[in-house]
Each structure stands twice: as structure tokens, then as C-alpha cells.
Design a protein. Structure first.
Length: 259
């Protein structure tokens, strides 16, 4: 099984297509090469100074509400479909102009989530590829944004560099990679507050426990794709158009929420 939609495993293109962009506007050519080679960029500043303070204050103030929304839904929810400030975070021009370099002019965001790992955790973290969870070709880029500094002690993510290049691999019934060490040596990805890491949806990554004594590890994840890529399941079809257009009408336009 390659994805959680096994009936689509042979329909979807789950191979890595390197970014081919000779004239990036926001990343450098070296950063694009690094993305192609390793499957992720170094952290880049996305929210700084007053913007970072406002970002941190928002998540601090609304964390309980977001938690309740998830509990009421009984499942995963895309926060940018429901809350205006989160919509504006995913559509922020500084992030979106970088995405343009990686996925082209027509950018939609179809998944977002906020995870705040509390201190003194002992369990968690298994390697997976996000592409295994989506009913699309493997073309999406995930932006992982650190709301506070994330390091190895408080549970930053770990990546297996280069593991995206072989495309989607067989996973177990919980969609975790079987024997991830076969695919390379994992490295921690420390991210300063307000910085984002851009990752391929094929990159094997894990989010281990926050073993710190007293530091939370809040992180926000948003998944973007070119509007030209078709979603194959109803559940994945709603998306916010962050840039450009949806020339084939593949996606259901999610309006800016009023909440
Ligand atoms: O630790 C996090 O915030 C991200 C968890 C993760 O593995 C994911 O979103 O795919």
C-alpha cells in the first residue's frame, strides 16, 4: 500500500519531479538545488518582529478554541478554512512568493494544522511521507512554521535527507514507512521562531516527543499544491486560492472565512 487511498495507488503519480526553475524570484538557485537534493530547504524567515509577536499572540490566545474545534469535528480540520487570521497566515505574500518558485504561479492551500507539543512527552513520532495521506499526485509542498523556537530537545521534526527521490514507498496500515533507516540517516531540523521550512510531500519525516522540561513546541503546518494538480477525492477538494488561478476548475474555492 502506498497511500491511504489504495484504489488510487496506480492512478496517482507518486514520483518526485525536481523543481525546474532557472529564474526563482524569492529562493536562490542554490536553495532550489538544495530542495531538489535533500527534499527540504533550510529555515527561512517568514514572520519577523511585530508580525512574529502577533503570530505568537494569536496562537497563544486561540489554542483552546482550535482544540475545541478539532474535538467537535471529531477529526482533522483545516484551520485556514475556518479562521480568518489562519487564512491570512497561509496566504501571506512572503510565503506564497516562495511557493511560486517551487510549484508555479497557481497556488492553492488545502490542508493546515496546528500542533503544540507539551513538555515532558515520552512517546510519538514515526516516519511518514505526507503524500501517502493525500489523494493527489505527489506535487505538494509543506511549509512547517515554527511559532516558537523548535530544537531537538523540544521535539523539532527529523528528516531523512534525499528520501523523497525514490517517490512514495510501501507503508504499513497506519501509513508509516516500514524500516525508515533503509532510506538514510535522519537529521533534526531546528527552526527559529517565525521561520518556515519548505518540504516535499515525499520527504520522510517524523515528529518525536518533546522531552524538554518546560518548553512547549508549537508548530503550524500548511500544505500547498499547484491548482493544475487534480484532487481525486471529495475530502481533499476544498482549497484556498493563495495565488494565480485554477485554470481547470479542479478545486472547490474555499472563501476567506469570517471568524
Ligand atoms: O510536528 C509537527 O508539527 C508536524 C507533524 C507531522 O509530521 C506532519 O504534519 O506531517
Amino acid at each position: 500500500m502506498l497511500t491511504r487511498y489504495p484504489h488510487l495507488d496506480h492512478v496517482l503519480d507518486l514520483s518526485f519531479h525536481p523543481v525546474d526553475n532557472d529564474e526563482p524570484a524569492s529562493f536562490t538557485r542554490e536553495q532550489i538545488d538544495q530542495y531538489n537534493e535533500r527534499g527540504f530547504t533550510d529555515p527561512v524567515p517568514l514572520f519577523i518582529d511585530d508580525e512574529l509577536n502577533a503570530l505568537q499572540a494569536f496562537f497563544r490566545e486561540h489554542e483552546g478554541r482550535m482544540q475545541r474545534m478539532m474535538e467537535e469535528a471529531g477529526s482533522f480540520i483545516s484551520l485556514h478554512h475556518l479562521l480568518t487570521p489562519v487564512h491570512d497566515i497561509v496566504a501571506h505574500p512572503r510565503t506564497v512568493s516562495r511557493l511560486r518558485d517551487l510549484i508555479g504561479p497557481n497556488v492553492v492551500c488545502f490542508i493546515s494544522q496546528f500542533i503544540n507539543k507539551p513538555p515532558r512527552q515520552t512517546e510519538g513520532g514515526s516516519f511518514h511521507q505526507d503524500a501517502s495521506f493525500n489523494a493527489t499526485d505527489a506535487r505538494s509542498v509543506i511549509v512547517w512554521l515554527a511559532i516558537e523556537h523548535a530544537d531537538a530537545e523540544n521535539g523539532c521534526m527529523w528528516f531523512i535527507p534525499g528520501s523523497h527521490r525514490g517517490g512514495a514507498v510501501e507503508c504499513d496500515e497506519t501509513h508509516f514507512v516500514i524500516e525508515p533507516s533503509r532510506y538514510g540517516q535522519a537529521v533534526p531540523c531546528e527552526v527559529p521562531a517565525g521561520h518556515g521550512v519548505f518540504m516535499s510531500d515525499l520527504l520522510m519525516h517524523s515528529s518525536p516527543p518533546n522531552r524538554s522540561k518546560d518548553r512547549h513546541r508549537p508548530g503550524f503546518t500548511a500544505t500547498y499544491i499547484s491548482a493544475e494538480v487534480q484532487p481525486h477525492e471529495q475530502a481533499n477538494r476544498w482549497a484556498v486560492q493563495c495565488r494565480g488561478a485554477d485554470p481547470n476548475g479542479h478545486w472547490k474555492p474555499q472563501p476567506r472565512p469570517k471568524g
